[in-house]
Write a protein that binds this ligand. Structure first.
Ligand code: UGA
Length: 431
């Protein structure tokens, strides 16, 4: 098939590379020439494991093309919209990019009698958005253009995006057009996962509810950690045992410094906003956000109370491992709070330091290695569970750091082992 994908972020570029790799002819459209030029040369711009290789392979095979104009739309059977929907100040999803793209698609839709185009939104959009896209397409396209709209939400995670796209738990297609559903099913033939065929509104809601449920699990785990800390219980033992109940499960219930990233925080906010507009009582979602904020505050308080001095080393800045993404990363809040308290901070992250530099510039020091970061520090703070830290030589850490104190926001070490090595060790929800 020939498909066009508007946007080249995590969803757009990964989707493009995967479908090109399955033999489709894929056009990626962006609006910044400099970025399109970099993509053409095989530079994925973002850090995502395996993406550079897949990109270069499919450019070489001439199945993947990049452009700043919408010429490819007229020859495409499917057009995916994958542009960002960032939160506005009030939490509402900003849909301006989606609507602008829809107008551009409309103007470039083929009006040939033989051509039929499926326009499908992969961006996370509030219920009703696809209907608005459909109205824009009708208004701005030639009256002979034939198209159908479909919602095809994406569930990939950063860090494992290629694997998740190919091995999806489910492929959701929402449309009231049988033709659109059939064409999208055909495109997804090589993708693993159960097919869920539904209407537009349900498909849109499935995406928000999935992310809200994931955020709920994390906030619930963090709430358990607050209880555990008060009564000297071990949150990991509690959740391990609770999770053995098959109805509950243990996956995605790891307590820590709260959820970050470009999706869970934004989508919970947007769902709260949708709830207000629809008059749906959704204080439950607001509480999920409160707990997420409190997880960060609680961790900062632990540092303020127990760090022997005001010089700290931070390991891990990305909102999770295997990405350089720092959007809504807990590290940002924690660094800001520690700076307010007069701390001097050195940081290390194998991928995200350059992005953090754009926010904090010379207010903090950027180390070139985990060990180098420790020089002169009164304590070590761990905020992202990169593999590199899990089996690091803790004897060497003890020699390099001024005071042997660790604040572990991701519970990556066994408390007994670290204490035996002579560290004071503060983790999340463990005695
Ligand atoms: C999330 C969803 O997991 C994907 O299914 C979805 O497609 C994506 O959003 C999206 O909407 O595009 P992602 O943002 O890449 O994916 O990251 P997650 O793996 O969900 O992690 C989010 C945050 O939760 C991270 O900060 C992570 O450290 C934290 N987390 C995760 C916990 O604190 N505890 C856990 O048990 C799991």
């Amino acid at each position: 098939m020939t498909i066009s994908i508007i946007g080249h972020g995590y969803v757009g570029l990964v989707t493009a590379c995967v479908f090109a790799d399955f033999g489709n002819d894929v056009w990626v459209i962006g609006h910044t020439k400099e970025k399109i030029d970099r993509l053409r040369k095989g530079d994925p711009i973002i850090y995502e494991p395996g993406l550079g290789e897949l990109l270069q392979k499919n450019i070489k095979a001439k199945r993947l093309h990049f452009s700043v104009n919408y010429d490819s739309i007229a020859g495409s059977e499917i057009v995916f919209i994958t542009v960002g929907t960032p939160p506005k100040e009030n939490g509402e999803a900003d849909l301006s990019a989606v609507f602008e793209v829809a107008r551009n698609i409309a103007k470039n839709l083929s009006d040939s009698k033989k051509h039929f185009t499926i326009v499908s939104c992969k961006s996370t959009v509030p219920v009703g958005t696809n209907k608005k896209v459909e109205a824009i397409l009708s208004k701005h396209s030639s009256k002979n253009a034939k198209f159908s709209i479909a919602s095809c939400p994406e569930f990939l995670r950063e860090g494992t995006a290629i694997h998740d796209t190919i091995n999806a738990d489910r492929v959701v297609i929402g449309s009231n057009s049988k033709r659109a559903i059939d064409v999208l099913l055909k495109l997804h033939e090589s993708i693993n996962g159960k097919r869920v065929i539904t209407d537009l509104a349900s498909a849109e809601l499935i995406k928000y509810i999935s992310n809200a449920m994931l955020a709920t699990k994390i906030s619930f785990a963090n709430l358990v950690s607050f209880f555990a800390e008060k009564v000297n219980a071990d949150v990991e033992d509690v959740l391990d045992a609770v999770g053995l109940d098959k109805r509950i499960g243990r996956i995605f219930m790891n307590p820590g410094v709260g959820y970050g990233g470009s999706c869970l925080p934004k989508d919970v906010m947007a769902l709260i906003d949708v709830g207000k507009k629809l008059n749906v009582e959704s204080n439950f979602l607001t509480e999920i956000e409160h707990i997420n904020l409190f997880a960060k505050k609680n961790f900062v308080n632990k540092i303020l109370k127990n760090s022997p001095g005001k010089k700290v080393a931070i390991w891990g800045l990305a909102f999770k491992p295997n990405t350089d993404d720092i959007r809504f990363a807990p590290s940002i809040y924690i660094i800001e709070e520690l700076l307010k308290e007069g701390f001097s901070i050195s940081v290390y992250d194998q991928e995200a330091s350059n992005n953090i530099k754009k926010i904090f510039a010379d207010k903090i020091r950027y180390a070139s290695s985990a060990y180098e970061c420790l020089q002169g520090a009164n304590s070590l703070i761990i905020l992202t569970e990169w593999n590199e830290f899990k089996q690091i030589n803790l004897d060497k850490v003890k020699k390099m750091i001024k005071d042997p104190v660790i604040f572990d926001g991701r519970n990556i070490y066994d408390p007994m082992t670290v204490r035996k090595l002579g560290f004071k060790y503060y983790s999340v929800g463990r005695p």
